[in-house]
Design a protein around this ligand. Sequence first.
Ligand code: AMP
Length: 115
Amino acid sequence: MSDCIFCKIANHEIPSDYVYEDDLVVAFKDLNPLSPVHVLVVPKKHYDNITDNVPAETLAAIAHAIEVVAQKTGIDKTGFRCITNTGDDGGQSVHHLHVHVLGGRKLNPTAGEGE
Ligand code: AMP
């Protein structure tokens, strides 16, 4: 999508603070971090959200990227939270599938993203 900010970041049209990249996904630091580690894992191809017929290969690549991001940032040892907000009620503000990887501090177990 030509006007999608995450498509532009994934294609390196807009610079970002990248943490990981492979053929299918990129991971970069969230602009407004809600925790000491807050990384977004994003497929390079545009999918609106997790319900948008995402191929199994891409889902596996996202899972792998989460693992690598956790290892690179050290939160694999302490624990972390993965969230994908979906649609308006889910609080999705960027309509390109992304998984928030949050950690680096104790997160509220009953709250949502970053709380
Ligand atoms: P969501 O509300 O789940 O759609 O999450 C969108 C996230 O994208 C928010 O946490 C924003 O802070 C983040 N964000 C928006 N624009 C950028 C950007 N240019 N670079 C990095 N993160 C961004």
